[in-house]
Design a protein around this ligand. Structure first.
Ligand SMILES: Nc1nc2c(ncn2[C@@H]2O[C@H](COP(=O)(O)OP(=O)(O)OP(=O)(O)O)[C@@H](O)[C@H]2O)c(=O)[nH]1
Length: 306
């Protein structure tokens, strides 16, 4: 996981540490190694403005350093890099759905999941439902994806496995109407939360984005979640911007971190999007959903618990 970006950072730390060990670190060294790092971050799918900010902040810190005698130089530089990245990653705030639902005076809380095809919406809904049920919250799962063959069955199967009520609709039915039925069912039966799956759609498909707008208008969700796939690289930021412009998203769940060899999309989405990151997906099992914190990304980048 994250090998590409981790190698880039490790190389940089080593180059800077060697320069310090064998001579004094001068402006030429800082510029040269920072430029290398910038290129490598971009190659690892970090968005340009995020990569530039990382490198500028690190460069500024390096210009100020005075390393005390007897210090482990490599560790010292590594900690500067961690510190810079952590500050950027901490820009993304988060909140926990369980706490949100507990505090909400209005029930059921309505959460709509959206995103492009195959990013992991259905799997993520199953993971969220499992997490909520474990915490004693009562969810209903609603399949408002009446478009993709197999979508209804896939979600129904998860619901049965998890022992969670499922509301679906016929193929070709109006997704807004299916979502509405789910909300009525949840209200009547005093459920705490409705998790609504929507069909995967490209952010550039105007008709399908209009359909999603209609679902949002009818449902009036408390939380609009965009599911993003870390493996889509730089495109993840583009998708998020387009969905936000069209629908207005509250935050993101970022999936497939476990399968992401570069790591750049995760860093860009977290540090550059300016949206909440609710959870991250780290596998295909129901348990593989983790509440976001900058620590998770730092640990993946540096393979340590710091
Ligand atoms: N490794 C890994 N795989 C994941 C993760 N989340 C989802 N997947 C896999 O991604 C694939 C697509 O997931 P789905 O949940 O069907 O995606 P979707 O967004 O609902 O797909 P559409 O309905 O076609 O838009 C499945 O094989 C999932 O098991 C994750 O965090 N890690």
């Amino acid at each position: 996981m994250f090998q590409k970006i981790r190698n880039a950072v490790q190389n940089f730390v080593k180059q800077i540490s060697d320069a310090i060990r064998y001579k004094t670190l001068d402006e030429k060294d800082i510029s040269r190694y920072c430029d290398n790092l910038l290129n490598e971050l971009i190659e690892s799918d970090v968005a340009y403005d995020v990569a530039e900010k990382i490198v500028t902040d690190i460069g500024n810190r390096l210009r100020e350093i005075k390393i005390p005698r007897g210090t482990n130089v490599e560790e010292y530089i590594n900690n500067i890099v961690i510190d810079v990245l952590r500050k950027l990653l901490d820009n993304a705030t988060s909140y926990d759905f369980i706490e949100y639902i507990a505090k909400s005076s209005e029930k059921p809380v309505k959460i709509v999941f959206m995103g492009i095809n195959g990013v992991g919406k259905t799997t993520t809904i199953a993971k969220v439902a499992y997490m909520l049920k474990k915490a004693g919250v009562k969810p209903v799962i609603v399949a408002a994806d009446t478009f993709r063959a197999g979508a209804q069955e896939q979600l129904k199967k998860h619901s049965e496995r998890l022992g969670i009520p499922f509301i679906g609709g016929k193929y070709g039915a109006d997704p807004a109407a299916v979502a509405f039925d789910g909300i009525v069912f949840a209200s009547k039966n005093r459920f705490d939360v409705v998790l609504i799956d929507t069909a995967g759609r490209m952010h550039i498909d105007v008709d399908l984005m209009n359909e999603l707008k209609k679902v949002i208008k009818v449902v009036k969700p408390h939380i609009k979640v965009l599911v993003l796939d870390a493996l889509t690289g730089n495109d993840a930021i583009e998708q998020a911007k387009k969905f936000d412009e069209a629908i207005g998203i509250d935050g993101v769940i970022l999936t497939k971190l476990d399968a992401d060899a570069s790591g750049g999309a995760a860093v860009s989405v977290v540090a550059g999007l300016g949206k909440k990151i609710f959870y991250v997906g780290v596998g295909q099992g129901y348990d593989d959903l983790i509440r976001y914190s900058s620590d998770i990304i730092i640990r993946l980048l540096f393979k340590q618990s710091k």
